[in-house]
Design a protein around this ligand. Sequence first.
Ligand code: HEM
Ligand SMILES: Cc1nc2ccc(F)cn2c1N
Length: 290
Amino acid sequence: ALHLAQAEDGKGLDDFQKVYNAIAEKLRDEDEFDGYIGYGPNLVRLSWHVSGTFDKNDNSGGSFGGTYRFKKEADDPANKGLQNAARFLEPIAKKFPWISHGDLYTLAGVTALQEMQGPKIPWRPGRVDADEKDAPENGRLPDASKDGNYVRHYFGRFGFSDQEIVALLGAHCLGKTHLENSGYEGPWGAATNTFTNEFFVNLLNENWKLEKNDAGNEQYNSNKGYMMLPTDYGLIQDGKFKKYVEKYAKDQDAFFEDFKSAYVKLLENGIDFSKLGKAYVFKTLDEQDS
Ligand code: HEM
Ligand SMILES: Cc1nc2ccc(F)cn2c1N
């Protein structure tokens, strides 16, 4: 059965906005990380990895139990590099001991996206820490060396449509790949900490060359120093995916709207929030300054 959301008792919008602000202020403060990209992209990746272990067939994995906090999950080779995001969040967890790990990991992704000028992401609390025995086994996160068909089959486990899959992968406008983490390198050129539809524009406009990188893995490189993973490139090789890539390359608002919906679905997969009130929409730091 689905996990029933149980919000941290007595906590409301103001309490969670305080957690949002603490994360957002630390993001601004520690801007030198990863060649001045900052922690934003890494926090977004953490929120996806803690949710991407979900399997709708037995409702295992997913963001509910906050089991990333156990070595069994954190040491999954697919999570290499996310130790940075986890370390970033440790003082936040200490300052707000009442928030569950699942709520903290997902709220941190929402905060990072909004502070990087992404869409407003409605967010609901209620994830409850589970035991290490409930941590999913390694191997549930995707393999970047595969093609579009693999991507469609992989996300089928979450019940995502072609449109939702393409929208979600638009998050690869953020940050970069690191050879020591995943065996893929670059790009410094397009590595950004601003959320836009550039991933789609670059996919369609750059002339991509398949090359072996220094780790012996094949990736697509462009003469501007941009890169794409084989799974990214699969979105323009597959006709059904490609039409959404073209839609989002032309219309950033449509991308923002569809990304918001797919990202909420990713973060909430496997959880029954029906007992809770409506979702919170947090103000950005800029909106609170004025
Ligand atoms: C087919 C599915 C996916 C594959 C194979 C994939 C693979 C990867 C790989 C290999 C990296 C580089 C990690 C590193 O070397 O540090 C990466 C980074 C990243 N991924 Fe994905 N990813 C997928 C889906 C997603 C989704 C759904 C999201 C979010 C909604 C996401 C967000 C990110 C972000 C923000 C980064 C940059 C992290 C950083 O700069 O530290 N990815 N991804
Ligand atoms: C700019 C950028 N950021 C990423 C993150 C992951 C990935 F696989 C590719 N990326 C590209 N091209």
